[in-house]
Design a protein around this ligand. Structure first.
Ligand SMILES: [Zn+2]
Length: 93
């Protein structure tokens, strides 16, 4: 598995968590019953927290353990190496 593939899997997991957060927030806003509403609010909060924490703290460079958060990798289709340590994104992990 290449570094690029590993990063893409974590980015997909981040978007999945964010999407689920939006889904549960939408369900939360459309439900009338207040007892179940709290549950969906909590689930949406957990999903958003998961996406935020994963994207900022768990996408790391295999060489220097520096953060490879989504904000660094937005143009990843054009990037071939990580700018701070120079690890190739096509290097095998
Ligand atoms: Zn690095």
């Amino acid at each position: 598995m290449k570094v690029r593939d590993k990063i893409q899997k974590k980015i997909i997991a981040t978007f999945l968590g964010f999407g689920l957060g939006i889904l549960f927030a939408f369900i939360y806003s459309s439900i009338e019953s207040s007892s179940i509403k709290v549950l969906f609010k909590a689930i949406a909060g957990v999903c958003f927290a998961y996406a935020f924490i994963l994207s900022n703290f768990f996408i790391k460079c295999p060489r220097c353990s520096g953060s490879l958060s989504y904000s660094h990798m937005k143009g990843q289709s054009k990037t071939n190496f990580y700018p701070t340590c120079g690890v190739s994104l096509d290097e095998k992990v």
